[in-house]
Structures are given as C-alpha cells and as structure tokens.
Write a protein that binds this ligand. Structure first.
Ligand SMILES: [Zn+2]
Length: 438
C-alpha cells in the first residue's frame, strides 16, 4: 500500500501499529478491582506511575472501548479532558508538564470486559464456563486495564481484586494478602520484577491449590479438583524439568516461583504469563501427552518473559527457544534426541512453502508453526557449530545479561559471535535472513 508522507504516523511496532504510546514511561501499575463472576462486571481503578519523556500536555493509554472510563486524574488533579475511542484513552491536562516529570495517573473505569479481536483471533480477557482467563499475547492487556501495551514497556505490578469467595484468583507475583469479607474475598498480588503487559494475567476459577516442589524453585498448581489424579501423573516430571532448565539456561528469573493453572474448560493452546502457565483441561488427560507443551511454557519464563523481544518481528527469540527447550527436554528425559527431532522437523519444513523470513515473519505469520520449528533448528545448527559447552554457556550468558530486559535479534547474534572462532554470518544468513530452508 502506498502512503503519502502526510498519512505516515510514527508507530512503536509495525506488527501492532495501534499499540504502545509515546511521551512517557511507566514503572508501576496498581490495579484495584472488583469483579463479579456471575454478571461479568469489572469495576475499579488503575494507578499508573510514570515519568514523562518529553514535554507533555496530552497522552494516550491503550484501553478497550468495552470499558467505560468515569474519571481520570493526573498528579491529584482532574484531567482537563479525556475520551475513549478506537482502543485509546486520550487524556488532556490543564497545563504542560516538563520532560522528566513524575506522573501519577488514576483511571476509574468499569464495564463488561470482553476479548479484543486481533489478527490472531480473540485475545485478552475471556469468560470461562465458570471464571475468567486472560490470554494477553500479543495485545490483549488493554481488554482489562489501561496500559502502555507493548512488550518493550516493562513495569512492576500490584493487582488487587475482590470477587465471590468460592473462586480462587491467580495473578502474577506473590500473593501478599487474602482477606475474606462477607461473601467476597480480596486477593492482592505483587509482581516486582519488570513485566511486559501481555504477560500480566488474571485467572479466576473454582481451583484447588497443589504444591509440587520447593526446590530448586517453588512450584504450585491451581486446578479443578476433578483433574487432580490426571494432573499428578501428567505434571509429575515438571520439578525435574525445572532442575534441568536451571542447569541449562541459568537461574530461574523470578523470586516468587512458578504456578501452573489448569482451567476446567479445554483450551486450544496453553499460554505463558509472568511466573504462570495456563493449560486447558484437555492438556491434563492422564497420558502425559502434553509434556512437550509443559516444557515449552516453562522455558518461556527465561525466553520471552525475562528476555523479551523489543519488537514482535523478533518473536523467534521467544518461540524458537521455547521449541528448542522441548527438544532438549525430550533428549534429557530419554525420549527422541534433539538431533532426531531436528532431522524430522527439517524435513517437514522443506515440504512446506518456503516463504517465511525468520527474522521478520510479518504479523500474519508471527505465530506460524514454521517460526517455532525454524527457530529451534537455527539453535540446533548453532549448537552443532559451537559444541555443547560453548552453546550452553552462550544460553546462560544470554539469560543473565538480558534478564528482565528487551532484546533484538542482533543482540543474540552479536553475543554468539564471542563463542565462535569463525564468522557465524553464513549461518544467520541462511537461517534467519533467507526464506529458503537451508
Ligand atoms: Zn510459545
């Protein structure tokens, strides 16, 4: 499509041109919410702590138009004007703030949250048969709170939510308090590590908690009682998996452990959030058929959640690595070797259309299976070139150096260069920057 210079607008990420905002940087969100499961009503406030990056009299936040904003104040004063349209909350101040000014934005809002329609189907806040799930990737966060919704904008979170007492609420970070008052319970979670908005989640259901392991990382699960026996079998090896990944990828990035949520409803695919993975009842069938996915989601805690792509075009840094972790686990657990899996998937890729550029797959192909498999094959090829010692030392340095940070592909290829005596350029050219399958 041709655009005249006049219609070109600056965007943070061309894959999601409507998401993300300019002029400020958020350091902390405090959500204070009330949710009614029976009627799907969400009300409350978001307090957003930020700093201006430029002189600013107006700014925007991402927020679903399904939610109505009743009041906006900034630094204790009512905003001069605010309006909600096209997924943006626009706020105008009485006077201009200078660069570097502290911003405390309070947004009061409410409504019946619903998923957002995206190129990749429905994302965000979703009602379950009984409860709630949030699937934030890639741009679903604005379906339930006002935010600067882009992975490069990491912040700390406090999520406080009150809901009917029979339900358990799982959100990111540490459960710092749980208070029952009358028929409702207030749950407060604190997520102190910097977290991308798409990884912020809310899970509500009739869940029982199960403790899985204390070391090397505290692990627990929230699941319907009826799935407990199958779960105990299917997820039995997750503690060994954690041990293995810590050994291969470096320390688990979060202070507050790892929680698996299994919903009572089936889910097409499991998904990752900061410190949490969400599986469907169908992934828990007593036959261990989803162990590959259990490994995949756990690996995202390092690759994707801690070390996060700054732009979605670099999504192979999430999915290629998580897919390769599946192969490493298979090999470690006595299943097919990484080499066998690589050979198999290499052939499969050769039989598919060879029109995908791994380093820039385009928004439509961002979650294409070829990104996952080609990404894993790229890493397997690199491992073959460097040898195991150097390859795993590289992965450990990668997760340590960019812990809770954001990255681009060049950061990885640049770091990898330190582990090789000869140029890796031909390898990257063939795997990342050509569409043909090497
Ligand atoms: Zn994944």
């Amino acid at each position: 499509m041709k655009t005249s210079p006049k219609t070109v607008t600056e965007v943070i990420d061309p894959y999601l041109p409507k998401n993300g905002n300019f002029g400020y940087r958020v350091s902390r969100y405090e959500l204070d919410l009330e949710y009614k499961v029976a009627s799907n009503r969400l009300t409350g406030s978001a307090t957003i702590t930020a700093v201006t990056l430029t002189a600013l009299q107006q700014f925007t936040l991402d927020l679903s138009t399904a939610l109505t904003v009743s009041k906006v104040s900034v630094n204790g004063k009512r905003a001069a004007q605010f309006s909600s349209r096209g997924g943006k909350l626009r706020v105008r101040l009485e006077s201009k703030l200078p660069t570097g000014a502290a911003l405390s934005i309070v947004v009061r809002y409410g409504g019946a949250p619903r998923p957002l329609r995206s190129l990749w189907g429905e994302v965000g806040f979703e009602e379950l048969t009984e409860g709630v799930l949030v699937a934030g990737q890639p741009n679903g966060a604005a379906s339930w709170f006002p935010c600067d919704d882009h992975p490069s904008a990491k912040a700390a979170f406090r999520i406080q939510i009150s809901t009917e007492s029979p339900y358990r609420v799982v959100a990111n970070g540490k459960l710092v308090s749980r208070r029952a008052r009358a028929s409702r319970t207030v749950w407060t979670y604190e997520q102190s590590e910097p977290t991308s908005t798409y990884l912020v989640t809310l899970q509500i259901g009739r869940y029982q908690m199960a403790r899985l392991a204390k070391a090397p990382v505290q692990m627990q699960a929230a699941l319907p009682q009826r799935l407990r026996d199958d779960f105990d079998h299917d997820f039995a090896r997750q503690p060994q998996m954690m041990e293995f990944f810590v050994e291969r990828f470096g320390p688990y990035p979060l202070a507050n452990g790892y929680t698996v949520v299994v919903t009572d409803d089936p889910l097409e695919i499991p998904l990752e959030a900061q410190g949490i993975s969400i599986f469907g009842a169908n992934h828990c069938d007593g036959t261990r058929s989803s162990e590959r996915l259990i490994a995949h989601e756990l690996a995202h805690q390092w690759f994707g959640n801690s070390v996060t792509a700054r732009r979605w075009r670099d999504i192979w840094l999430h999915e290629g690595f998580a897919c390769y972790a599946e192969w490493l686990w298979s090999e470690h657990a006595g299943g097919a070797s990484a080499d066998d899996l690589a050979r198999f998937h290499h052939q499969q890729l050769r039989d598919k259309p060879q029109d995908l550029l791994l380093a820039d797959p385009g928004p439509h192909n961002m979650f294409d299976d070829r990104v996952y498999k080609r990404g894993a094959l790229t890493l397997h090829t690199l491992r073959g070139r460097l040898g195991d010692d150097k390859f795993f030392a590289l992965l450990e340095e990668w997760t340590a150096r960019y812990r809770h940070a954001t990255v681009v592909t060049d950061d990885f290829t640049g770091l990898a260069a330190n582990y090789s005596d000869e140029s890796l350029r031909p390898l990257w050219d063939a795997w990342l920057y050509s569409t043909e399958v090497p």
